[in-house]
Ligand binder design. Structure first.
Ligand SMILES: [Zn+2]
Length: 306
């Protein structure tokens, strides 16, 4: 009896050690073979974004380290595409070819993964025109490609005004003074501003910093210029705070430094656009412009005929 008991204890001890060894071995194998994306950033989960913003519009939790957007029926080229082989997580939403060219098939989200660790969060967008305004996934887009009708006259939108009031209070709590330097402008006012710059600098120069009538985001009622419209604003603590915190209140720095070739405009640290906090935080997370986020261009097709 005593021997049988010892034998059972011994057997169960051996079994436990074996299970432990297998677990350690399994973990080692997992460590070896798990795809190790280079520069994988800390990415907010969907839940984080929802909690921060109080909205729930972003469907995919992802470890993507890059972002690409494309309109339905359009294509876009992924960066670094030449030396990677790409796979789409959902070929009914977006397909990708051997050159990293992505085709948007229907609105939605998927991930496109390269064999060298690049992971793209891909958004396929729906562009729609309503009453002369252009919406991409229901976000109003106003830039050099897309204009507003002359009659569009919303004033400063309450949602943007309310969000700015909160932003302003948060800045004030840290001893910083952010205020509205300029907000809504109507078509007629934009005619005067743009024509004045054309008279001073010529239209080609004016186009780099002033919008043609109908193309100014200030006409959308969703845009605010903070404080003084001056390059010196970019050097103030207010500007640094604004860049860091505006997304939490639903705003983006609309014309960032280094993205002039995408937005079509010089860097404007004072010009913020309301898009809602979920969208703003995703734009900030991936360091995008609104054009990149929506998968659209910003370019005039004609010289100014003013
Ligand atoms: Zn502005």
């Amino acid at each position: 009896m005593q021997y049988q008991k010892r034998k059972r204890i011994y057997q169960s001890l051996v079994a436990s050690v074996m299970v432990l060894c297998l677990a350690v071995l399994g973990f080692a194998v997992w460590l070896l073979f798990v795809p190790n994306a280079h520069n994988r950033p800390v990415v907010q989960t969907q839940t984080d974004i929802e909690e921060a913003s109080g909205t729930a519009t972003l469907p995919v939790e992802t470890t993507a380290n890059q972002f690409a957007a494309v309109l339905t029926g359009n294509t876009t080229q992924l960066a670094g595409a030449a030396d990677e082989t790409w796979t789409s997580s959902d070929e009914t939403i977006a397909q990708v070819d051997e050159n990293g060219v992505v085709t948007g098939l229907q609105p939605g989200r998927c991930t496109i993964t390269g064999d060298k660790g690049d992971v793209y969060q891909v958004a396929v967008r729906h562009l729609e025109q309503r009453d002369g305004c252009t919406y991409v996934d229901d976000i109003l887009i106003v830039n050099k490609t897309y204009s507003l009708p002359e009659t569009y006259d919303p004033g400063l939108e309450p949602v943007a005004e309310g969000a700015f009031t909160q932003l302003q209070a948060a800045a004030a709590a840290e001893g910083l003074d952010l205020y509205i330097g300029s907000d809504y402008r109507d078509y007629a006012y934009q005619v005067k501003i743009y024509q004045n710059y054309c008279d001073l600098y010529g239209w080609e120069e004016a186009d780099t910093f002033s919008a043609r009538p109908g193309h100014s985001e200030h006409q959308s009622g969703l845009t605010i210029d903070c404080n003084t419209i001056d390059d010196a604003f970019g050097e103030t603590p207010e500007a640094a705070w604004l860049a860091q915190h505006c997304a939490a209140y639903g705003f983006i720095i609309r014309f960032p430094l280094g993205k002039e070739h995408i937005t079509g405009y010089q860097y404007e640290p004072w010009h913020i656009r309301y898009v809602g906090s979920a969208v703003a935080q995703e734009i900030q997370q991936y360091d995008l412009t609104l054009e990149e986020y929506l998968g659209v261009t910003s370019a005039y097709t004609e010289p100014w005929q003013g």
